[in-house]
Design a protein around this ligand. Sequence first.
Ligand SMILES: Cc1ncc(C[n+]2csc(CCOP(=O)(O)OP(=O)(O)O)c2C)c(N)n1
Ligand SMILES: [Mg+2]
Length: 681
Amino acid sequence: MASIEPAPTSGTPTPAQAAQALLLARPASEDRRLADAIRALAIDAVEQAKSGHPGMPMGMADVATVLFTRFLKYDATDPRWPDRDRFVLSAGHGSMLLYALLHLTGHAGMEIEELKRFRQLHAAAAGHPEHGEHPGIETTTGPLGQGIATAVGMAIAERILAARFGKSLVDHRTWVIASDGDLMEGISHEAASLAGHLKLERLCVLYDDNDISIDGATSLSLSDDALKRFSAYGWAVRRVDGHDHEQVAAAMSWAMRNRKPTMIACRTIIGFAAPTKAGTAASHGSPLGAAEAAAAKSAMGWNHPPFEVPEGLKARWEEAGRRGGGTRRSWLKRLAKHPQRDEFDRAIAGKLPDAWHEPLAALRQKQTEEMPKIATRIASQRALEALVPAVPEMVGGSADLTGSNNTNVKGVPAISPGNFAGRYIHYGVREHGMAAAMNGMALHGGVIPYSGTFLVFADYMRPAIRLAALMRLRVIHVLTHDSIGLGEDGPTHQPVETLASLRCMPNLNVFRPADALETAECWELAVKRADGPSVLALTRQNLPALREEAGENRSARGGYVLAEATGPRRVTLIATGSEVHLAMNARAMLEAEGIATAVVSLPCWELFAHQDEIWREQVLGQGLRIGIEAAIGMGWERWLGPDGIFIGMQGFGASAPAEDLFRHFGITAEAVVAAAKKKLG
Ligand SMILES: Cc1ncc(C[n+]2csc(CCOP(=O)(O)OP(=O)(O)O)c2C)c(N)n1
Ligand SMILES: [Mg+2]
């Protein structure tokens, strides 16, 4: 029988603490015990690490227990089984909840030693859940709001694959635990609105409705009614007592029968069982402290040494971890006999079809014959026309700019509410939600998401792009209208600092192709890249074709000499995208004056940076280096060295026809020639 220890510090119990005392005074059911094991492990790991967040795992332990012992479809012996339910801990600060669940259910690689190393270097049990650290961690979370939006993408991918391969292979759900902070974040609005619109009925959000965030009571900053909000988005909603296992179970059954995405608001007490800290922000993000930790365990009637779970209880948990074994084995049998088996395996493994690049190679060849003068966004559409039919897992989209981003391919249908037999998504004006959903699709597997918006709005997606880079996900962002070259829409729409800000992000490849041929090359590289995201920065305005041979993908090395100097090089003009043809014009003028000048096209800095240094030096040359890009120059010193010259933007753009803007801001061949001659003296 559990008993309440006197609080280590005096003070009147809060209403939450009084409610908790009543609950803990009852004889603990076996289900409560299962949840207590989570609480005890969370307390111990945070104490040992001397940092971490005990409150959320303690508050949500009951809900998570019901999910993992009765509803979630999984098999701890194979955490990557493709038809498993996806579980996303959006409130990533509660990472110990996930680690405790993985441990208790018997996942290899999350033994008790791992929990003892919580938050230490190279531990799978990192501060926040990190995808790749353990196969049971479906996604990296921590930046609030990302998890719930990522889960929307997982749920979309599930439906798309179910439409493609049928219910016998793809038939699973996505479960999310989200906190007050997750729901306060703007991205949760985009994600929930999209999920409601698409009728993602297999998505269930378990809202940790504990009224507490870091600053204190959520009433300090929040008066929304989350249930009404989600209901207005087209979700089915319910509120339950998050410490009542049967109420939670009934709501989960209801969610599984529902034809809408569901949100179950679970009323919980943060830090449940801690006598003085429960129900307060004090339990959110720091160790309880030895006295409070001991008192919490005593309140639960938990009499075991740190990190010890009694054998019987551990056995019950491990049994839950094997619950899905039979279902998984029947699924494997169905897969073995399935006519689309090879195709399913290939798509899930992220392997491209054998001849995927052939239509693209043919397009590149054709482009050298036709030398089209088109915008790179149009060239991108032509590349997609070659790629999308050849790579059935590519799923496109745009944040309401389909006609501007040219991300659609004729004849490829869009998905619509309840109908997922399509390969294009109208994300609406929800860039952030879109980018996070794309991460979820890539994480789910079997889908290669690409989609578009204007380059300047990369800032609206940045947190999700950052997670894609961190998680090494194959997602491709088509970002058009990439400079002042977009013209009249003016400085709000003209990116100037965006390229630099994207290039400084680790593991993101930023492509800025110079013509139609380079665009096809960059697309090939982006699709081929299985270990990270790519951005394609593309023009609104037409650009001349610059290359006459298509054999080798020259963009693959990130940069190359497009036109060599006619004599020993005195000048190297280094440019990207729309400024490469300008460099070619300047070269012609300098050469006409007897100044031997080469032009280097540098479509992808990251790939170029990976090349051998000697080769790079040869490409960039020993003469005067001039960088040309219609953007701010930060970062260019890397290629130009201390004596180089940068021709580009110094500040924001302006509203005018593009040609006037290039003249106004001094980004012209004449300006390049003048700068070169002045420097050469
Ligand atoms: C985008 C983002 N902003 C801020 C934080 C820092 N942070 C971590 S948890 C949290 C809020 C805690 O409240 P809640 O989400 O309700 O979690 P609970 O305390 O109930 O576990 C904040 C602001 C974050 N992780 N992500
Ligand atoms: Mg909270």
